[in-house]
Design a binder for this molecule. Structure first.
Ligand code: AMP
Ligand code: GLY
Length: 426
């Protein structure tokens, strides 16, 4: 089979690396890709947010058998619907189902209606009503712009002043554009043992009937060590989550995962693809922080390397509705991804810095913001590379990853030194 993956970042490179191991995949393509994807796939220079352009490319390339739509924005505008509409086989939810991520108001209403555990919340389109609700609830309180905002539309407000100014930013100043036309205001959840709360990402495969969780992982969203600094797209991940147990898995399957699949079916929005559950362990049990309609970035970088089953077989089972027929297996051990970013990220940063790579042992470099310029590998984005190492334990994987990190350099390289050490008390 010839397979095309849509997207430009580390997640897409990680998906391509997993597909490259498939016995059934012959040629890989990436739209648009980066310097890493170019090593294993043919990069296609078409803007994937331009649906007519993608369809024209697909019509002109009947040799491509299967499309994987990885990022949230093309899912939200219905790229999967469009590809299915011209008879292409495709991995990813349709627009109706991708709304589970694209509208936080939708997902909160869904959870409320179907009794899926999550933070208490209220939804407003009116600024004054939202303000009186905030005054009534007090701090700490969480404000979320309804729409997609590059992962930045969530404000955790520790004081009522922060909440007032956050509300103004989102609803009046439109800091996140039209994503802030509606706002979700939530109770700030507390973790069972850690402050702020302990979070786990559970990605799953679902064909709308069966849902199969992947191995767990933990993200590090803040820019600096000790969860300090600004929120980013994710500065590193590790797998598995140290506080995860069989009991938690059963609880999550019964109270969250199956009810979500059933709720989406009942709403006439059957979800097929990768459904991502961002969860928090609280004193009242596991609760949903957010849903994503796609693989996480950088979670995918530590989850897919541990997959033993052929990823193409799983993708096809999701498309064909036969996920119940396949056995999905994972390696034992652990995996760590340390993200190397451009100096200044997530704020202003320089691009075009030459990257030098020395001896990195057997770690896998997953490219995010890289390009080739005048024959040299250079930085081209905020998050540049993921350094992915496996080990028997998270510590072993961590050591390997950080040893390699020392031998990868460019002017302004920025990273966290504490990926993989949180939630150690279980
Ligand atoms: P989201 O973009 O919805 O994943 O939110 C970003 C981050 O904000 C999450 O990963 C959590 O760390 C935090 N967060 C979101 N909602 C809540 C909440 N209700 N209580 C506490 N923390 C939250
Ligand atoms: N790592 C979080 C996300 O992909 O949204």
């Amino acid at each position: 089979m010839n397979v095309l993956v849509i997207g430009n970042g580390g997640r897409e490179h990680a998906i391509l690396l997993a597909l490259k191991k498939s016995k059934r995949v012959e040629k890989l393509y990436c739209m648009k890709g980066n310097a890493g994807t170019a090593q294993i796939a043919e990069n296609v220079n078409v803007d994937y947010m331009d649906i007519p352009a993608v369809l024209a490319f697909a019509e002109a390339h009947p040799e491509i058998d299967y499309y994987v739509v990885a990022p949230d924005d093309p899912l939200a505008i219905g790229l999967v619907d469009a590809l299915l509409g011209i008879g292409k086989r495709c991995f990813g939810p349709t627009k109706d189902a991708a709304i589970i991520e694209a509208s936080k108001a939708f997902s909160k209403e869904l959870m409320q209606k179907y009794g899926i555990p999550t933070a208490k919340s209220a939804i407003f389109s009116d600024y004054d009503k939202a303000l009186s609700y905030i005054e009534e609830q007090g701090a700490p309180i969480v404000l979320k712009a309804d729409g997609l905002a590059l992962g930045k539309g969530v404000l955790i407000c520790n004081t009522i002043e922060d909440a007032r100014s956050g509300l103004k930013q989102i609803m009046l100043d439109k800091a996140f554009g039209s994503a802030g036309n509606k706002i979700v205001i939530e109770e700030c959840m507390q973790g069972l043992k850690y402050t702020p709360g302990e979070e786990v990402s559970v990605l799953s495969f679902t064909d709308g009937k069966t849902i199969v969780p992947m191995i767990t992982s933990c993200d590090h969203k803040r820019a600096k060590d000790g969860d300090k600094g600004l929120n980013t797209g994710g500065m590193g991940t590790f797998s598995p989550c140290p506080f995860w147990t069989k009991e938690l898995e059963n609880e999550v399957m019964e109270k969250i995962m199956l009810p979500t699949v059933k709720a989406m079916n009942a709403e006439g929005r059957t979800f097929k693809g990768c459904l991502y559950f961002g969860l928090m362990r609280t004193k009242d049990g596991m609760k949903v922080v957010e849903y994503n309609s796609r693989f996480g970035d950088p979670e995918t970088q530590v989850v897919l390397p541990m997959l033993k089953t052929d990823l193409m077989d799983i993708f096809e089972a999701v498309t064909d509705g036969t996920l119940d027929k396949i056995n999905i297996e994972w390696e034992d051990g652990a995996c760590v991804c340390v993200v190397l970013a451009s100096g200044g990220y997530p704020e202003k940063y320089a691009k075009g810095k030459e990257i030098t790579i020395g001896d990195i042992g057997d770690v896998q470099l997953v490219h995010a913001g890289t390009a080739i310029k005048d024959g040299k590998l250079v930085t081209s984005g905020g998050r540049v590379l993921g350094v992915v190492a496996k080990g028997k334990t998270v510590d072993e994987a961590r050591q390997k990853a950080y040893k390699a990190v020392d031998n990868i350099n460019w002017d302004g390289k920025q990273y966290r030194t504490d990926i993989g050490i949180k939630y150690r008390l279980g």
